[in-house]
Design a protein around this ligand. Structure first.
Ligand code: BGC
Length: 437
């Protein structure tokens, strides 16, 4: 009898322990690794138990800001899709100014050897990413402004490609004048082109690698500087020609391979603080899912001590946009930037499962072949998704059509939140219509 009583007591203890465990670790991970004993919350249940409509789920646009690709005007309908919608990117104008200044500083410091054929004209070529992308437009303008080749139209610097401009007669740019060490130099944009491949993908590195060969066959040693709207295209041109010919080449993004190439003569690049952007991309979703103030873990420390200082980002409330700030990476400081995929230390503390239970996120990268997004941004997102307890499904697009991506959002109800990187910045409705239906 005594033995039977002891056994019943032991059984009761085991059962009550198991019950404690269950209540501590609720998870909602559709397609994730739920362990058999964990109580699972349905993905579309909100905290009070009812289903959350897809149109009310947190949504973040990132990298390609919803905007009119001809005028640049922000698409505020997309940014106000619901109360938990934001954009995360970086300050395109501040970065563009930095890129222009970095090139100008290089010219000034190397003026005695920059003009390779000694004709008194500093010639540069420019690889343009996407003529309808605000970031690309800003960078083209930044280079032209700093090198005095800019032409204004209605108060804005023209950003159109010039094609070939051997004699300086192009109308989108003018021959610039720089006075360095008391001497005046002419600067000419010899050529520029949008690097779009035949299938329509923009920012195309392979196209840039081929184009530099064409440019060199026309201009030869008139080319003193190679500038690019990003490192993917910049490195393609560096590898195809400028490395061997010792022509300084400047890009943007601070991808690890470009930073490493600075040791071998790549002129410099700009870090758009992808480590901060990738964090913000997932953090705004985390905060909305937790139902806490949006500034948590951003301007205000969270319960794990994560916080950003205002020298690395800014929030523009009326645009519902977070913008990371840029830093120039040159021969002076490149050693601090060699690994572009490391989480930013002040926001790398693990969140607890108890207060921040796992949620599921659908996220797309517009072009799986984009150097910056695949080599820098996505690896960072993958580090932060663990830290923030988000189970993210990554979808890689073909860089050409929205449908290639939206076709893979067949059942939005499976997810708690969405992170979207459009192919074309005009196309927000291709996504919001799926969430509205
Ligand atoms: C990056 C580019 C990239 C583009 C994709 C930009 O911010 O600098 O390298 O191709 O985003 O949208």
């Amino acid at each position: 009898m005594k033995k039977a009583l002891a056994m019943i007591l032991a059984l009761m203890m085991v059962l009550s322990l198991a019950a404690c465990n269950n209540s501590g670790t609720k998870e909602s991970t559709p397609g994730g690794e739920n362990t058999g004993t964990v109580e699972t919350q349905k993905p579309d249940d909100n905290q009070s138990g009812g289903p959350v409509a897809n149109k009310d789920k947190p949504l973040v646009w990132f990298n390609r800001q919803p905007s009119n690709s001809s005028t640049g005007e922000l698409d505020m309908d997309a940014m106000n899709f619901n109360k938990d919608t934001y954009y995360v990117g970086f300050d395109a104008n501040q970065g563009a100014e930095l890129q222009g200044q970095m090139i100008l500083d290089y010219i000034t410091a190397n003026i005695d050897k920059i003009d390779r054929n000694g004709d008194g004209v500093i010639g540069y070529v420019l690889a343009i990413g996407d003529i309808g992308h605000n970031d690309s437009i800003a960078r083209t303008r930044g280079v032209r402004k700093a090198l005095d080749t800019a032409v204004e139209d209605g108060g804005a610097i023209k950003s159109d490609p010039v094609g070939m401009n051997a004699d300086g007669s192009a109308t989108a740019v003018k021959d610039g004048k720089l006075t360095i060490g008391g001497k005046e130099y002419t600067v000419r944009e010899l050529a520029s082109q949008e690097m779009k491949n035949s299938a329509g993908a923009t920012w195309d590195a392979a196209t840039a690698g081929n184009t530099i060969t064409t440019w060199v066959s026309t201009f030869g040693d008139q080319i003193d500087i190679v500038a690019s709207n990003n490192d993917g295209m910049g490195m393609a041109m560096f590898n195809a020609w400028s490395n061997e010919n010792k022509v300084p080449t400047f890009g943007y993004d601070a991808n690890s391979d470009a930073v490493e190439a600075i040791a071998n003569g790549y002129g410099g690049t700009i870090s758009q603080h992808a480590d901060v952007q990738a964090y913000l991309t997932l953090r705004v979703l985390r905060n909305a899912l937790d139902g806490v103030d949006i500034d948590t873990g951003i301007g205000t420390p969270d319960d794990a001590g994560n916080v950003l200082s205002d020298d690395v980002y800014k929030y523009v409330a009326d645009q519902r946009s977070y913008y990371a700030l840029n830093v120039a990476v040159t021969a002076d400081n490149y050693k601090d930037f060699l690994d572009a995929t490391v989480p930013y230390a002040p926001v790398s503390n693990q969140l607890s499962q108890d207060s921040h239970p796992t949620k599921s996120v659908w996220l797309n990268i517009y072009n799986a072949a984009d150097n910056f997004l695949s080599a820098t941004y996505q690896p960072l997102l993958q580090n932060y998704d663990d830290i923030l307890n988000l189970n993210v499904e990554y979808i890689g697009g073909d860089g050409q059509t929205e449908a290639n991506i939206t076709n893979r959002l067949g059942n939005p109800s499976q997810y708690d939140a969405f992170a979207i990187n459009m192919v074309k910045t005009d196309n927000s409705a291709s996504y919001t219509s799926l969430l509205n239906s």
